[in-house]
Design a protein around this ligand. Sequence first.
Ligand SMILES: CC(=O)[C@@H](O)[C@H](O)COP(=O)(O)O
Ligand SMILES: NCC(=O)COP(=O)(O)O
Length: 248
Amino acid sequence: MTASRLSVNVNAVAMLRNRRNLPWPSVTGLAAIALEAGAKGITVHPRPDERHIRRSDVYDLAELIEDRFPHKELCLEGYPAPDFLKLVEEARPDQVLFVPDAPEQSTSDHGWRFDTDAGPLAEAIAAARDWSVAVSLFLDPDPTLPEGAAAIGAERIEIYTGPYGACYDDPAAAARELDRIVATAEAARAAGLGVNAGHDLTVDNIPALIARAPFIREMSIGHGFTADALIYGFAESVRRFRHAMGEI
Ligand SMILES: CC(=O)[C@@H](O)[C@H](O)COP(=O)(O)O
Ligand SMILES: NCC(=O)COP(=O)(O)O
């Protein structure tokens, strides 16, 4: 049995909870079920408007993992603005993923371009590393980019797999996207970076990806995982995604 690569993103659980002024479905409760079932960790992307994950959820999840799952990992995602960096400093996740998202953006849809928008990155990366938080950078599937991530001090990248996920009904287009992801993953590995992947991954599109890039160390999955779990339940979906990754 291979170690788990699955980090379950619970943004959508928080979105459902926020429909009412009630504490269910429980973000920490479902995170615990996923961790107990074999997920490697939990990922959250608190957005400035708290449309799903609230700042308080981040502290609750950090406490859950520290108290009950000390060998599991918390990953925080966000734009390196002062408020987000404060959250990273206080919650001390195992990993932070910096994304270049504007506050009003509906979801992440592109990675960093080091020639144009890397302004706040170098300082944020240095701060996170001082707090012993591993730093990952969200990058488009473009093999010219990983070298820039290594040069600026990141330890890992997460390849944006949204365009691949969007080709669910077009195998030829999916094969082209997969080539770009794999080339980027290989470039990152050659640059000494750890390789993560995320966005719109599903039990159907993961096997082809993992077959071509078995060295991927983590996949963070929220939307597709939650859609699956509505049918199968959180614990069974962990098993299904790990099976898709060839782990069990
Ligand atoms: C960084 C990334 O890929 C995003 O998928 C993000 O984690 C999802 O954010 P939303 O849940 O707000 O769409
Ligand atoms: N980093 C990607 C992530 O956490 C989840 O993305 P998605 O599966 O909700 O698209």
